[in-house]
Design a binder for this molecule. Sequence first.
Ligand SMILES: [Zn+2]
Ligand SMILES: [Zn+2]
Length: 175
Amino acid sequence: MLTVSLTELDRTGPIRLRDEISGDDPLWSDWAGELISPVSVDVKVSATPTGQVVALGRFQARLGRECRRCLEPVEVSLDEELTLLWVPPDRRRGAPSDTDENEGVRQLDPVGDQLDLSPAIREEVVLAAPVFVTCRDDCRGLCPVCGINLNQETCDCDPDEPDPRWDALRALTED
Ligand SMILES: [Zn+2]
Ligand SMILES: [Zn+2]
């Protein structure tokens, strides 16, 4: 579990957590990030004298994506640093809870005395995931005319030849 007891944290000092968040955890349900491995997390959690909670460490994950040019599957490995900070609610006096002037600063909102790190880690994984990936730097993509994968085959299409599907539109815009 990626959860710490705040009382224990106060009593024992920093706690190291090493665990995985499964790729089919409901936590990911509204994210189409396509995890193909569990997210493995290794963090040291500490409490500051002012009541803040800090987690420092790393996470690793593997995502299955599609090359934006040729649409072949691409595996993306993430290995990122984690720096998470939670502040007690009274330190953000007057600030509505969703305006984050300090990006990455979260409001401490434990259930009982248990702080669950997973929602914050989820956010970091989503942020770290690249929006566009390519299978390789010189991926030649798909032929815009016949659609074959130009990394694997060649064709005689003339990419400058207008796509007939645009003719109707062109007729509408030309007068
Ligand atoms: Zn590609
Ligand atoms: Zn072609």
